[in-house]
Design a protein around this ligand. Sequence first.
Ligand SMILES: NC(=O)c1ccc[n+]([C@@H]2O[C@H](COP(=O)([O-])OP(=O)(O)OC[C@H]3O[C@@H](n4cnc5c(N)ncnc54)[C@H](OP(=O)(O)O)[C@@H]3O)[C@@H](O)[C@H]2O)c1
Length: 285
Amino acid sequence: MRVYAITGGTNGMGRALGLLLARRGDRVLALASGEAGGRALLDRAREAGAGDRVDFLRADLSTVAGMNAALAGVRERADRLDGLVFGAQRFRPVREETADGLEATFALTYLSRSVLGHGLVDLLERGEAPVILNIAGPGGLPGRVHWDDLQLTRGYTGMRAAMQGSRCNDLLGADFPARHPGARTRYVLYNPGFVRTGMADPLPAPQRLLTRVLARVLARSPEAAAADLARLLDAPPAEPVSAFRRNTRLDLSGPAFDPGAAAGLYALTRALPLDGGPPERERHV
Ligand SMILES: NC(=O)c1ccc[n+]([C@@H]2O[C@H](COP(=O)([O-])OP(=O)(O)OC[C@H]3O[C@@H](n4cnc5c(N)ncnc54)[C@H](OP(=O)(O)O)[C@@H]3O)[C@@H](O)[C@H]2O)c1
């Protein structure tokens, strides 16, 4: 029985993947901030005959306290991981700051993945063929990292924040082997394309309606995307880091994965004034 932790495991692709894995006999720990979503997931798992293989851990991954609680909660429940899947997201049309003074999309979409990925490597290294699967947007809409204003205090738009999150995740993946030389854990960045999920829920009414109509016509189901995700968990590429846009393997020699920029983002992340932040929680292998 393999063991998987999935952030954003109560909706969209995270939920579809978790149910797929649990149905086939694996153990799944789903993390999300909403209790109701967790209960609904457990109901679905029971209906699917997999109730004893799905666990829910409530944690607000946009806050440092929530990231720490998630690290501790995963450790309480598992002594090894075969896969760590990042799917937590919330689109924020208006800039919001977390209790730590960070822009919320940066904190949830990028920082929590940095903290959990680095902080759980030791559990992954005990897994059979461990994988970090970061569902983000490699090879998709461009956007950029706002090096001089990572917290987007100027000119915030929800799209700009979401795109910056994707670019930061590209660099996070590219940088992973440098932080964990010799690790068996494979880092896979995956852009699923347009998928019919809860993504549109936080949008203002007109955009929400439009996105849902477009999704009905153009997007694929979370279950279809989950099948691709499960294949990558089962058979990741041999290279320490890889990136895909749907089933197309991406070239990592482009600027999105530049090692210098990746090291720069790592340094900036280490320097964030977070009490007990990422550097202390890292475990090098
Ligand atoms: N859908 C697409 O078309 C698409 C396209 C490209 C990339 N992606 C990427 O694919 C991944 C999965 O997206 P999705 O569309 O499947 O997501 P989704 O349906 O919107 O689900 C988001 C999940 O994240 C959780 N979440 C939100 N805020 C959280 C917080 N503060 N702490 C912990 N968990 C939180 C939600 O639960 P709670 O609200 O209860 O916390 C939910 O389980 C994301 O990384 C997204 O950027 C999606």
